[in-house]
Design a protein around this ligand. Structure first.
Ligand code: AP5
Length: 252
């Protein structure tokens, strides 16, 4: 069996290469963007979809989280240190910083394996820049999956989230608890709660989402790329709904 991609090229940028090289065969690749409010379950679905389609989940939030330890030690990354301050407070990182990171990782977008962007784009300026970057790299999006759920249910998902610092697996204290409370099933290490899952940061994140990211649904609807998916129910039910929606979209 092929190993899971470690996404080193995405998480570290620069000259880093992934453990499985530069993707699989060009045919059958998929290029998706996942949209949806913070905590709606994009990361959970990204894992399931990436296993199903053999594509890397590329989350901009993961880049920032992976850089946290490095930036804390290194005075030479002022832009990243500022980005992490925005993130801790729940605010969006400025477009300029995010786009510099994406351009540095353009090879992930032309990877033969395809891609699944999670958390990018998040503003109209980022969406327009993504179009430019994709055109420069000779690739196109297949579809944009937009996950939708009432706000109070989203806040409950965020408040109960716990993550493994080692393998990054995400749990929920009620809906997806680990076998032993507070401990990762796979690594046996203590789970942690993200800084930006505190109530005051959640409020700021929701406001940023409403103001900057919701206009993207109209942007992508106008381009005929939007697939709306109800994010109610178990992760497996939502995953099946996603697969059905992708199939119907591809046939239409
Ligand atoms: P990012 O990491 O992208 O966070 P987010 O969009 O806020 O999304 P989350 O990771 O919080 O939630 P999710 O939808 O993936 O939900 P999950 O699957 O974990 O960004 C973090 C920050 O980085 C931003 O706030 C910003 O500062 C910065 N940033 C990143 N990208 C940026 C950009 N492009 N521009 C500017 N700034 C940027 O699920 C949540 C919980 O619910 C989990 O506990 C899970 O177990 C549980 N759950 C999932 N599905 C279900 C289900 N069906 N039923 C019950 N529980 C469920």
């Amino acid at each position: 069996m092929q190993p899971k991609p470690d996404r080193a090229a995405w998480l570290k940028g620069g000259n880093s290469n992934c453990n499985i090289g530069f993707g699989g065969p060009a045919e059958g690749q998929h290029r998706f963007v996942l949209l949806g409010a913070p905590g709606v379950g994009k990361g959970t679905q990204a894992e399931l979809l990436s296993d199903r389609f053999h594509i890397c989940p590329l989350s901009t939030g993961d880049i920032f989280r992976a850089s946290t330890a490095l930036a804390a030690r290194c005075e030479c990354c002022p832009a990243m240190l500022r980005a992490l301050d925005y993130m801790k407070a729940g605010a969006l990182v400025p477009d300029e910083t995010v786009l510099a990171l994406i351009r540095e990782r353009a090879k992930c977008l032309r990877c033969n394996g395809g891609f699944l962007l999670d958390g990018f784009p998040r503003t109209i300026a980022q969406a327009e820049a993504l179009e430019e970057i994709l055109a420069e790299n000779g690739v196109k999006l297949d579809a944009v999956l937009s996950y939708e759920l009432p706000l109070e249910k989203i806040v409950a998902r965020l408040g109960g989230r716990r993550s493994c610092p080692q393998c990054k697996k995400v749990y929920h204290i009620e809906s997806m608890p680990p076998k032993k409370a507070g401990v990762c099933d796979a690594c046996g290490v203590a789970l942690f709660q993200r800084d930006d899952d505190r109530p005051e940061a959640i409020r700021v994140r929701m406001q940023a989402y409403e103001k900057s990211t919701t206009p993207l649904t109209n942007f992508y609807r106008g381009k005929g790329l939007l697939i709306s998916i109800e994010a109610e129910g178990t992760p497996a039910a939502i995953f099946n709904r996603s697969l059905e929606a992708i199939q119907s979209f591809a046939k239409a």
